[in-house]
Design a protein around this ligand. Structure first.
Ligand code: PEP
Length: 240
């Protein structure tokens, strides 16, 4: 299966950066890999015809007086195929709950947009050996009342919160364990034959070759390094 490389460009880039990125992405070899870029809303159309894009969030509302929010149907009208939801930065800064994330999953699927669902534990939860419990509880809340056909469409990104933007990563064995736990839990609980699970958290051009040796990783969700042209190009090229 070809690996998926998703860049979560957060709020890092302005127009000039996005244009430089578009040129790099236009010219890079994308055979045998799927490259997806998630810029902020204003730049979603800049990557048209170059790579598929994802939004970084979606509203729980369909339409109406919700200043600053963007609905799933608006994303659909712009042909946006993917959307990140449940990112730890939104869970923390916007107090987003699993109940809201569950609504977002459903709104996206109703509009034929693939959710990229982020889950992961805090450092103290890992230290207290609660990683699997936390992941499981997030999945229970986020995937509530979904049919197997819907669950199968979702891309899950396992992102230990303590690894995001810190330069720290779990060991390869720990990542492999979490990937396998999520795959086993989702396939058996939701009666699906396959689930796509990405790893995210301080993926860079420095550690990607090592991470690529972990077979259970279906791809990567990359933050900081996806806003650095050469680092992101290296990561893309390393997927064979
Ligand atoms: C992210 O925010 O999704 C992420 C993985 O960030 P970083 O790669 O910077 O750790």
């Amino acid at each position: 299966m070809s690996k998926i490389v998703i860049g979560n460009q957060k709020m890092y880039m302005n127009k000039e950066d996005v244009e430089a990125f578009s040129d790099m992405l236009k010219n890079i070899d994308k055979t045998n890999k799927e490259v997806i870029v998630c810029p902020t809303f204003p730049f979603l159309e800049y990557y048209n015809g170059i790579v598929p894009v994802g939004a970084q969030d979606v509203s729980i509302n369909d339409n109406g007086a919700y200043t600053s929010q963007v609905s799933a149907s608006q994303l659909k009208s712009l042909n946006v195929p993917y959307c990140i939801i449940g990112h730890s930065e939104r869970r923390e800064y916007n107090h987003e709950t699993d109940e809201e994330i569950n609504i977002k999953v459903k709104k996206l699927l109703e509009n034929d947009i693939t959710p990229i669902l982020c889950i992961g534990e805090k450092l103290e939860e890992r230290q207290n050996k609660l990683t699997e419990t936390v992941i499981k509880n997030e999945l229970i809340g986020d995937l509530k009342d979904l049919s197997p056909a819907s669950v199968e469409k979702i891309i899950i990104a396992y992102e230990p919160i303590w690894a995001i933007g810190t330069g720290l990563t779990p060991t390869l064995e720990e990542i492999d364990e979490s990937m396998k736990f999520i795959k086993e839990y989702v396939t058996t609980t939701y009666n699906v034959s396959k689930v796509t699970v990405l790893y995210g958290g301080s993926v860079s051009d420095k550690n990607i070759d090592e991470l690529n040796t972990v077979e259970s990783i279906d791809g990567y969700l990359i933050g900081g390094a996806s806003a650095k042209k050469d680092a992101f190009a290296y990561i893309i090229n390393s997927q064979k």
